[in-house]
Design a protein around this ligand. Structure first.
Ligand SMILES: N[C@@H](CCC(=O)N[C@@H](CS)C(=O)NCC(=O)O)C(=O)O
Length: 216
C-alpha cells in the first residue's frame, strides 16, 4: 500500500484541559510519526457526531483509519495495523511481537478499562466512586512493572509504550497518588519527538478550527 494513510478525527472539540491533546487520533498520528509513515488528517463534524459517521465507526467516535483498501476503527486495532507496517513499532521476532501485543491489550483492557470510567465518574462529581480501589490497584501494579524496566516489551520502544503512556498521561490519573516510576516513564515516553509533533499538530488542528468557527 503506497497511498498516504488517512487518520480521521473530529473537526473541532471544545477547548479546556481535555479533550484537546487527548483525542485518540493522537495515538495514530504519533505512531505514524514514529514509523515515518506518510499520513493526512481528515475530519468528521463534531456536531452530530453521535450518528453522522456510524457507517465508519459504529459508536460514532474517532479515530478511524484508512490505509488504501483497509478501513478500520478502534485506536488499538489501528495501532496494531500500523505496527504490522513498521518494525519501529513492533519487533518481527515471535517473542518480541507477542510481548508487544500482550502489553497493547493490557493497556486497553486492564488499565484503560478502569482509568476511563474512573476519570468519567470523577469529572462528573463522584470522586469517591466504587472504582477507586480497582483503579488504584491497577496503577500500583503498573508502578511495580515500570520500576523494573525502561520499556514494556522487547527491551525497546514499541507501540505498547506509546499506548500505555497515552493511557497513563491523563492529568487526573497522574495526580492520583505518588508513583515515581510511572511518572518518569510518562515523561520519558512523551518527550519523544514523535509525540511532541503529534501533540502540537493536534492542538494546532483544533486551534485552526476555532479560528474558522469565529469567522462564521
Ligand atoms: N475505544 C475507542 C474509544 C474512542 C473514543 O473514546 N473516542 C472519543 C475521542 S478520544 C470520541 O470520539 N468521543 C466522542 C463521542 O464519544 O461521542 C478507541 O480507542 O478508538
Amino acid at each position: 500500500m503506497s497511498e498516504k494513510l488517512i487518520i480521521w478525527t473530529l473537526d473541532w472539540v471544545p477547548a479546556g484541559e481535555a479533550p484537546r491533546g487527548f483525542v485518540r487520533d493522537l495515538r495514530l498520528r504519533w505512531a505514524a510519526e514514529e514509523a515515518g509513515l506518510p499520513y493526512e488528517v481528515r475530519t468528521v463534524p463534531f456536531e452530530g457526531r453521535e450518528t453522522n459517521h456510524l457507517d465508519r465507526q459504529p459508536f460514532g467516535q474517532v479515530p478511524y483509519l484508512t490505509d488504501g483498501d483497509v478501513s478500520m476503527f478502534e485506536s488499538g486495532a489501528c495501532l496494531l495495523h500500523l505496527a504490522r507496517r513498521s518494525e519501529t513499532l513492533m519487533p518481527r521476532d515471535p517473542i518480541g511481537e507477542a510481548d508487544t501485543v500482550q502489553w497493547v491489550i493490557a493497556a486497553l483492557n486492564s488499565v484503560e478499562m478502569v482509568t476511563v470510567p474512573w476519570w468519567f465518574l470523577t469529572i462528573t462529581g463522584q470522586p469517591d466512586n466504587g472504582l477507586t480501589d480497582w483503579f488504584n490497584q491497577r496503577l500500583v501494579r503498573m508502578e511495580r512493572v515500570l520500576a523494573e524496566r525502561q520499556w514494556l516489551a522487547a527491551d525497546r520502544f514499541t507501540v505498547a509504550d506509546l499506548l500505555m503512556a497515552d493511557v497513563l498521561r491523563v492529568g487526573l490519573v497522574r495526580a492520583h497518588g505518588e508513583r515515581p516510576a510511572t511518572e518518569a516513564y510518562i515523561k520519558r515516553i512523551t518527550s519523544r519527538p514523535a509525540f511532541r509533533k503529534a501533540h502540537a499538530d493536534q492542538m494546532a488542528h483544533f486551534e485552526a478550527a476555532d479560528r474558522m468557527r469565529s469567522q462564521r
